[in-house]
Design a protein. Structure first.
Length: 275
């Protein structure tokens, strides 16, 4: 009986988590198919009476949504690549190499990840202005990389530590350097962890708003989160059009999750057990 109750509670909890994640997306999607007149009707209609795609056309017409998408993809893509490269080296050093103050370095990584982003805004802005990087991709890629490094490094450490060191030693005996053994042996065997870390870095860069608003104010450099805020007028909020733009912005992330879901799930599960 207790086992049945526990199983029932797990199912209820899982259903609650699923509904909590899917309901807002479903509501936004249904809103994107409605007209503004239908959206303002009372009582509220859950399903659109006459679904229309005109809001998606307006989303691309009213604002340069394609440009915002390109900028976000460029920034998130470069951030992911740079983060994975640095996090891989850092995780290998912290997980495999024994050196003085190793525990202090791990504690510092965890501590840095707890800093509120707003406290870093002014010094980061001053730095980017001094380096003449405002309104460029590096203005976002560099801080996004720094912000994503702690969690990505910790995820990769948990995977690297589970790989037998004998495999690495055998590769170095066969002529591989330490770095060669890392990228030829350790990284391929840690593929789920690499995909998990990469997805975390991509989503963090894709969703970030505060730095993107502050550092890249030029119209040609706006990313998707900043661009979506421009659909509202002085006295109006075209929610169906905004919802359509939001759905367009969700598609790349959902596509990544669908394509790499098995590796990501394996990475999250293994990281939770091994960490």
């Amino acid at each position: 009986m207790n086992a049945r109750k526990a199983a029932t509670l797990r199912r209820v909890a899982a259903l609650a988590v699923i509904l909590n994640g899917l309901f807002p997306v479903a509501w936004i999607f249904l809103t994107s198919l409605k007209t503004e007149a239908e959206l303002s009707q009372t009582p509220i209609t859950w399903l659109p009476h006459a679904p229309t795609l005109v809001n998606y056309v307006r989303a691309f017409h009213d604002q340069p949504l394609a440009l915002y998408l390109f900028n976000s993809l460029a920034v998130a893509g470069m951030t992911t690549i740079l983060t994975l490269l640095i996090a891989t080296l850092a995780a290998y050093a912290l997980g495999r190499v024994r050196f003085a103050c190793r525990e202090v370095a791990l504690a510092a990584i965890i501590a840095v990840s707890t800093f509120p982003l707003v406290t870093l805004l002014v010094p980061l802005f001053q730095t980017m202005r001094t380096l003449n990087l405002l309104n460029t991709y590096p203005a976002l890629v560099l801080p996004y990389t720094v912000l994503s490094l702690p969690i990505c490094t910790l995820v990769l450490i948990s995977f690297f530590q589970t790989i037998p060191i004998d495999l690495e030693n055998a590769a170095m005996i066969d002529g591989c350097s330490r770095v060669g053994a890392l990228f030829r042996i350790i990284v391929p065997l840690s593929t789920p962890g690499v995909f998990t870390a990469g997805l975390l870095a991509f989503v963090n860069a894709w969703d970030e708003f505060l730095l993107a608003l502050s550092f890249n104010s030029a119209a040609r450099m706006r990313t998707l989160p900043v661009g979506i805020t421009l659909y509202q007028g002085e006295f109006t909020f075209p929610w169906p059009v905004i919802s359509a733009a939001l759905i367009v912005g969700i598609v790349p992330v959902v596509t990544l999750i669908i394509v790499f879901q098995q590796r990501v799930i394996a990475g999250l599960s293994a990281g939770g057990v091994k960490g």
